[in-house]
Structure formats: structure tokens, C-alpha cells
Design a binder for this molecule. Structure first.
Ligand code: ZN
Ligand code: ZN
Length: 261
């Protein structure tokens, strides 16, 4: 079976949480070896629930942080709580953090301040950083340059930029992760960007419950659907599916320091 890794999902989301047993099982059935469940959205309770889920399944790991939408609430106390949660060996990354200038649910200044603190926290805790970046690629590059990349590196999750933005992030040392958006009809620029990412720096993810790939678009997304995004990525890059799957599984294991199954 093709080895799959879903490097970004939200199993503590209310749409998935109650069904976690069945969702994890369906992922295993299609070959998902492991997944990274990201807290970060909403309050610290989401991060706590995410770590608890990761402690329940051997093939689920956690990332903890504050989503840029919620950056206004990212005070010193919240970072202390994240530091405490990250003591669990199940926490393999810090995030998602970043900049979302498309929705601007939190003001830019709050997003930028929270991003800088996450970069510091990732360095302090020796974990990679998970970055969310929407309509803010140039500013993201500036801030990471000023603050310095955490020694363990990081990933631009759900990458939606063009080839030029991908090259800038690659130069900083980031991995680039593709979500179901890659399969959408109107994503030609993104597919062009997917061709410039070297095989040793590409990742795939679902970002479930959001962004289900075609032909499931509009449905509640889940880690099992990562297979679909991988298929499209292989087609776009004109590589054999098995080769790409193997590379991506290795990349994910290297970045998150999860031993290859
Ligand atoms: Zn995100
Ligand atoms: Zn996410």
C-alpha cells in the first residue's frame, strides 16, 4: 500500500472530535501511517484536546499554538500554557501560527507579534514551526528573516502562493505542504508552484475538516482523503505515485522527527 502521511489535520474540531475513532481507522485503511493533528484554533482547550487525542492513538501526533485568526488572544499566559502542553512527547511541532491578511480576524499587528513569539517558542522547545500564510507571503518572508528560522525548520502549511513565493520559502528552509486546494479547478497557479518544489521539500495534508479535495469538495474533510491530493500532486509533477509517496513520507518523518513506520 502507498505510504501516506497527513501532515496537518484538526481532529479536535467539533466536526471530527466525536468520530475520531472511526476517522483514524478510515485513514489507516487507506494507508495513512501517521498524522499531525493541530490545535491552535479557538482557545487553549483545543490544544489540550488535541494533545489528549494524540496520547490516545500511536499514529496521531500533535502541534500546539495560536491560529492567526485568534492572535488577539495570544497573551503571555497562553504561551505559558503552550509551553506546558509541549512537554508531552506527542507534541511534535509548534503552530499553526502565521499571517492571514485575507480574513484579518485579528489585526495585523497582533498576528505579527504572535508569529514572532511562536518562532521564538519553536526555537526554545526545539520543535519545527507550522506556518499558516494567506495573502501575506512577502510579509511572512520579511518577518522570518528578521526573527530567524527555528533550528528545526518548519512548514508552510496549505500553501496557496505562486511559484515565486514557493522559491522564497524554500530559500528560507521551509517545507511546502499542499492541501486539497491543489485539486480545485481554479488552482492552476498553485499547480505551477507545485512543480518547482524539490522532492525532498514537499508535503501533503488535508487541513481537515476544511478544504476537502475534489471529488469530495464541500464535504467534511478527513485524513483518509489525503490520498487524493497526493495523486494530483504526482500527476502535476509527472512522477510515479509510489516514488512521490515515499519521498513525502521521508520528508514528514525528517521534519517532525517521527520514526518512519
Ligand atoms: Zn491554516
Ligand atoms: Zn489548519
Amino acid at each position: 500500500m502507498t505510504p501516506l502521511v497527513d501532515t496537518h489535520c484538526h481532529l479536535a474540531d467539533p466536526k471530527l472530535r466525536a468520530d475520531a475513532d472511526a476517522i483514524v481507522e478510515r485513514a489507516r485503511v487507506v494507508g495513512v501511517r501517521w498524522m499531525v493533528s493541530v490545535g491552535a484554533i479557538g482557545t487553549i482547550e483545543t490544544d489540550r484536546a488535541t494533545v489528549a487525542i494524540a496520547e490516545r492513538y500511536p499514529d496521531v501526533f500533535a502541534a500546539v499554538g495560536v491560529h492567526p485568526h485568534d492572535a488577539s488572544g495570544a497573551d503571555a499566559h497562553r504561551f505559558d500554557e503552550l509551553r506546558e502542553l509541549a512537554r508531552s512527547p506527542r507534541v511534535v511541532a509548534i503552530g499553526e501560527t502565521g499571517l492571514d491578511f485575507h480574513y484579518l480576524h485579528s489585526p495585523r499587528e497582533a498576528q505579527e507579534a504572535a508569529l514572532r513569539r511562536h518562532l521564538e517558542l519553536a526555537a526554545e522547545l526545539d520543535r519545527p514551526i507550522v506556518i499558516h500564510c494567506r495573502a501575506a507571503e512577502a510579509r511572512m518572508v520579511e518577518i522570518v528573516r528578521e526573527s530567524a528560522m527555528p533550528p528545526r525548520g518548519g512548514v508552510i502549511h496549505c500553501f496557496t502562493g505562486d511559484a515565486a513565493a514557493a522559491r522564497e520559502f524554500l530559500a528560507l528552509g521551509f517545507y511546502i505542504s499542499f492541501s486539497g486546494i491543489l485539486t480545485f479547478k481554479n488552482a492552476a497557479a498553485l499547480r505551477a508552484a507545485a512543480r518547482v518544489v524539490p522532492g525532498d521539500r514537499a508535503l501533503v495534508e488535508t487541513d481537515s475538516p476544511y478544504l476537502a479535495p475534489e471529488p469530495y469538495r464541500g464535504r467534511v474533510n478527513e485524513p483518509a482523503f489525503v490520498a487524493r491530493t497526493l495523486e494530483v500532486l504526482a500527476r502535476v509533477r509527472e512522477t510515479a505515485l509510489a516514488t512521490l509517496a515515499g519521498e513525502i513520507a521521508e520528508n514528514a518523518a525528517r521534519l517532525f522527527r517521527v520514526p518512519a513506520a
